[in-house]
Design a protein around this ligand. Structure first.
Ligand SMILES: [Zn+2]
Length: 509
């Protein structure tokens, strides 16, 4: 019987807070459902005190997941803990994760408190959590650069106060695998009462060692790994879940442990995250990159034909490669489409099937092959519910002349329209949208790519827009590139409008 290593996913918290990876509430909820299908043990759904959006996202995930623990992050402040307790209270298995920095540099310059005060705050915070929630993780932030004896002291007090999981973060990605493993072993051997707790790892990738450090932790007694899909996270990111999980699965004799991850869903989960955030993984990324199982070099192919294990240590099927590139088209019927959605883990309410099939047929009319990514995108297409949406758009562009865009927008129950010129089609369309909506700001990021590699692929536009000193990210898709770019700005305008409403609501409280 091998030990189980719990997988604690923090894609929606540590990952989502990194620039370029923000998601709205619906996207977070959809992704949380996918993580539950994938079989993760804990989902850190957000930092509830950070914003109303974060709170509501954690709350909706807590209410709707069936088997996975749902965790909220909190500093050792009673207001943070109240928010985390409230946001997770409806979860089948709620969990609170409290943290306080323990390295001297953080204590002195960030928190400006002594070691004794840090212990006192941690103990008070854990006790506050324990009054309402059985499951409590405690993290000594920047443990990688903290004094070991002080770590032993604060962790033993945390255990006495009721923490059941001790998460050891290498917050700045500083340690080497040997050092991190040694730290876990030291704590495992020296913290009184630790044998009744789970030791967890949280490793950052600043020196490219997050996965190696996490696995070294597991080899030295850690039984939970905090990680994210595609390794997203602050700065260079976190340990990539797909790599951690496949390393443990591929080398059972080494790790003598297993995870509960349903590995054939890894690729799909990775692609889903890319499609939500518009950030693709590099083609040579382990496990989920396009080249991860490609064997183009002649000598490799020759070897593979004789025995595939000559160059292949994992089966592509084990991470879901056989399931990709399933193609639907305009002759695909309702059953085929629903069956495919089912395999992708997406359920559509009976009442919404007819409307979904209309959207599918519309797309199939303009695009010959409908891939999984296209389908996933279609299920998320909620334009009609948004305040602003494009009804009609006409762009005239000619070499050497200014482009002209005429646009008609749905604005709530009304229709507004206008015309503008610009230096090229995109500039003209953006000027037209700004003119009719009265929205301001400056374009700060601009990226367009294709969802699938064909020439009739769906264009995927991601933009950043700076307004009131805050960057709002927007995303738009369409079979037409300029329309995709226009939709991305409309997305920004809608997000800004929602944000304004929230702020008005908050100021009244
Ligand atoms: Zn982190």
């Amino acid at each position: 019987m091998t030990d189980k290593i719990k997988i604690f996913d923090t894609t929606l918290r540590d990952g989502e807070q990194a620039p370029g990876f923000s998601m709205n509430k619906e996207e977070k909820l959809g992704f949380a459902h996918q993580l539950e299908l994938l079989g993760v043990d804990v989902i850190e759904a957000g930092f509830p005190v950070a914003s109303r959006d974060d709170f509501e996202a954690v709350e909706s995930i807590a209410k709707s997941l069936k088997t996975t623990e749902v965790c909220g992050l909190a500093r050792c402040h009673s207001g943070d803990i109240d928010a985390a307790l409230m946001a997770t209270e409806k979860a089948k298995k709620p969990r609170i994760h409290v943290f306080i920095a323990t390295s001297d540099i953080h204590l002195e310059y960030k928190l400006k408190i002594s070691r004794d005060e840090a212990i006192k705050k941690a103990v008070e915070a854990i006790r506050q959590c324990k009054k309402h929630c059985d499951r409590v993780d405690f993290s000594p932030e920047d443990a990688g650069r903290s004094d070991r004896d002080f770590l032993v002291e604060i962790l033993s007090e945390a255990i006495k106060a009721g923490a059941d999981t001790l998460n050891i973060p290498d917050t700045v990605g500083y340690l080497s695998p040997a050092e991190f493993g040694d730290l876990i072993l030291y704590l495992n051997n020296n913290v009184p009462g630790i044998k009744n707790c789970i030791i967890s790892t949280h490793c950052h990738n600043d020196l490219g060692m997050a996965v190696a450090n996490s696995l070294s932790g597991a080899l030295n007694g850690a039984r939970q790994i905090e990680c994210t899909i595609n390794g997203i996270g602050e700065r260079a990111g976190n340990a990539a879940m797909e790599e951690v999980v496949m390393a443990i699965k591929t080398r059972p004799e080494l790790f003598k442990a297993r995870t509960g991850i349903n590995t054939p869903l890894l690729l799909k989960t990775s692609r889903m995250l890319s499609s939500i955030t518009g950030q693709h993984v590099q083609i040579n990324k382990a496990i989920v990159g396009d080249n991860a199982f490609a064997h183009e070099a002649g000598i490799h192919q020759h070897g593979l034909l004789k025995n595939k294990f000559t160059y292949e240590i994992m089966k592509p099927d084990d991470v879901g490669w056989n399931e990709t590139n399933f193609v639907l088209g305009k002759h695909s019927g309702r059953n085929a489409v629903l069956d495919r959605l089912n395999k992708l883990g997406i359920k559509i309410a009976e009442a919404d099937v007819a409307a979904f099939m209309m959207k599918f047929k519309d797309l199939a009319d303009g695009k010959k092959h409908i891939y999984d990514d296209d389908l996933i995108l279609l299920t998320k297409d909620k334009n009609e519910e948004m305040y602003y949406a494009i009804k009609e758009m006409k762009v005239e562009a000619q070499t050497g002349k200014k482009a002209t865009a005429t646009i008609k927008l749905k604005a709530g129950g009304d229709v507004i329209e206008g015309k503008a010129t610009g230096n090229g089609s995109v500039d003209a369309v953006y000027n037209a949208i700004i003119k009719v909506t009265g929205f301001e700001g400056v374009l700060t990021k601009f990226n367009v790519d294709a969802i699938s590699p064909q020439k009739d692929a769906i264009a995927n536009a991601n933009i950043g827009w700076l307004i009131d000193d805050v960057e709002i990210r927007g995303r738009g898709t369409s079979t037409d590139t300029v329309t995709a770019i226009a939709n991305a700005l409309i997305d920004v305008v809608n997000r800004y409008r929602i944000q304004q409403q929230h702020e008005e609501g908050l100021s009244g409280v």
